[in-house]
Design a protein around this ligand. Structure first.
Ligand code: DGY
Length: 299
């Protein structure tokens, strides 16, 4: 099976593909009837240029930029990488919570700029993570991994999602109630037409003064201009790994002390990214053997 990969994906697994070509989509300028499989990272699929395509392998769990329905109409399977990146993303959500609540990045800047000139006992105070209330929006695999980590911090954990589940990990709240009650809100829903702009200006207004919003899911889940306004006013704090138009980050955030910004690092550990490549290659090998894909995205 001829496989096109839009970049060199990490780890040794790509080496198991016997007919692989690496070509960024921007350089795909002519029709390629030889290509049967495409590995990409949440990019629009050029179906018109790939008439023999059988499978799209998405390097990531989120596939909001892939038109799965159009692929299905053409008989093209789409697979993604569920499961293998849950721990890394949950770890990053916690890293952001800790960094924001405990002023880790602000403290680092304070030291580096030589502003630390007096006793530690006169420093500004931050807010505890331990024993605060965490609201998880979306208790899927990643949300549940965050909830499990929260137990080690003695957090009180609330969750919201459309389908209520029977769980010991967290107490259910409707979204508005969760936003009003939590000290920290962490987003773990996919970006879909239903979740786009879910945390809008009104809902941001429900957050308590000083509350911390952590987003390792997708920028589009939050009304970004409304969030920027709340952060510029200093009323809220945030740890943001994702943005509406990546890699664009709103200019107004860059100088703010109450925001920690990271460049979409959720799954970016060597171990996780290599496992993601492995899972995609195993999917392609399964399809090549005539078996069903291992981790299909529902059409
Ligand atoms: C995903 O899996 O969708 C992530 O955003 C990639 O890190």
């Amino acid at each position: 099976m001829k496989v096109l990969a839009t970049r060199e994906y990490p780890g040794p697994a790509l080496g198991d593909l016997t007919d692989l070509e690496v070509l960024p989509l921007a350089q795909l300028e002519r029709t390629r009837p030889d290509v049967e499989a495409l590995i990409l990272a949440n990019e629009p699929v050029p179906l018109d240029l790939l008439p023999s395509l059988r499978i799209v392998a998405n390097f990531g769990v989120g596939y909001d930029r892939i038109d799965v329905a159009a692929c299905a109409r053409r008989g093209v399977d789409v697979v993604n990488t569920p499961g293998v990146l849950d721990a890394a993303t949950a770890d990053l959500a916690f890293a952001l919570m800790l960094a924001v609540r405990r002023h880790v990045v602000e403290g680092d800047r304070f030291v580096r700029t030589g502003a630390w000139t007096r006793s530690w006992a006169e420093g500004g105070l931050s807010d505890a993570v331990t024993r605060s209330t965490l609201g998880i929006v979306g208790l899927g695999r990643i949300g549940a991994a965050v909830a499990r980590r929260a137990q080690g911090f003695d957090l009180r954990v609330l969750y919201t999602q459309r389908r209520r589940v029977d769980t010991e990990l967290a107490e259910f709240r409707e979204l508005d109630a969760l936003l009003a009650e939590a000290d920290i809100v962490s987003l773990h829903v996919p970006l879909t037409p239903h979740t786009e702009g879910l945390v809008d200006a009104r809902r941001l207004g429900l957050l308590r003064d000083g509350a911390c919003l952590v987003n390792t899911a997708r920028g589009g889940i939050v009304d970004e201009p409304a969030l920027v306004a709340e952060l510029v006013s200093g009323r809220l704090r945030a740890g943001l790994d994702v943005f509406t138009n990546e890699p664009h980050v709103p200019e107004a955030l860059l100088g703010l002390p109450n925001v920690v910004l990271t460049p979409h690092l959720g799954s970016a550990t060597r171990q996780t990214r290599e496992a993601m490549t492995r899972l995609l290659v195993d999917n392609l090998l399964a399809v090549e053997r005539g078996d069903p894909p291992l981790t299909p995205v529902p059409a």
